[in-house]
Ligand binder design. Structure first.
Ligand SMILES: [Zn+2]
Length: 295
């Protein structure tokens, strides 16, 4: 009897050991994927790994991504994500499947490992399908916007912790990452006009062509968060308030959009040529009473 118990105990320990080893191997693919990415470059403060040669042009992308990341509200000089470029779509799909994701998007960020995996195929096909529009959005198929978008997700994870970050409603999470990723580039564009972005969002014809945009939803989230942060002056912490819902944000934005630009005294009341933080709205941003209009 004792021998039988000991034997069962041994089998159990072997089984447990095997599970631990397999789980360790599983994690190590996300933490140490380096053997699958033999090409390496350090540029603009980013560590980049690729399954094929890294072109010189990619340095310009990284400089642009750096410019975007440093403009983010949550950026405090912390260590950046390591960038893993999958030029092979098969390799990218391997990571997506392994992570248990069903949707094959532009990228996959494993925040706890500090690694982000990008699909060259998806990013470039999004750009081709949308004809590079709208600019300063995730729909234009920009590598630097894609990198900055994942960096923004990572900064949110660091700010609030993994558990809380998972509970952020998707419109805020995706909208905030898109807004943050494109804040610097839109701010540097003299032709940028936030009102016309709302106009584009509302224009059904722009979204119905077979060669049109593929994801109006993401653009809506981006525009809503941009309205809340750049026009209303909300900080990230304000935005995370549960009282700030998508429905209320939408009705506030539509009221702002349809309001006359000139008041009775001939002054410009609303209107925003370019987005930006620190634009003199801190008294609004930090005021609880202002946030309550969303509740
Ligand atoms: Zn995202």
């Amino acid at each position: 009897m004792k021998v039988a118990i000991r034997r069962v105990g041994n089998w159990f320990l072997w089984g447990l050991g095997a599970v631990v080893v397999l789980f360790g191997l599983y994690l190590s693919i996300f933490f140490f994927p380096y053997p699958l990415f033999p090409h390496h470059a350090e540029c603009a403060g980013f560590s980049v790994y690729s399954d094929r040669e890294i072109s010189e042009d990619f340095r310009v992308v990284l400089e642009d991504a750096r410019f975007r990341v440093e403009e983010m509200e949550l950026y405090r000089g912390a260590k950046d994500l390591r960038i893993f470029v999958c030029q092979s779509q098969r390799l990218f799909v391997f990571f997506i499947k392994l992570a248990g994701k069903r949707h094959v998007g532009q990228a996959l960020v494993i925040s706890v490992a500090g690694n982000a995996f990008f699909s060259e195929t998806v990013i470039e096909s999004v750009g081709q399908r949308n004809g590079g529009r709208p600019v300063h959005s995730r729909l234009e198929g920009s590598w630097s916007a894609a990198i900055a978008h994942e960096a923004a997700h990572d900064l949110v994870f660091s700010e609030v912790g993994y558990g809380k970050a998972r509970r952020i409603p998707v419109w805020k999470s995706e909208g905030y990452s898109d807004y943050s990723a494109n804040l610097a580039s839109a701010g540097a564009d003299p032709d940028y006009d936030f009102r016309s972005r709302i106009g584009l969002l509302l224009d059904d014809d722009s979204w119905q062509s077979t060669m049109g945009f593929i994801d109006r939803r993401h653009f809506r989230w981006h525009v809503l968060v941009e309205f809340l942060c750049s026009v209303k002056g909300l900080t990230f912490a304000d935005l995370m308030d549960e009282g700030v819902t998508e429905e209320i944000a939408r009705s506030q934005m539509m009221a702002w959009y349809s309001a006359p630009l000139i008041d009775d005294d001939g002054n410009l009341t609303v209107g925003l040529k370019s987005p930006g933080r620190g634009d003199g709205k801190s008294e609004i941003r930090n005021s609880k009473s202002e946030i309550q209009i969303f509740q």
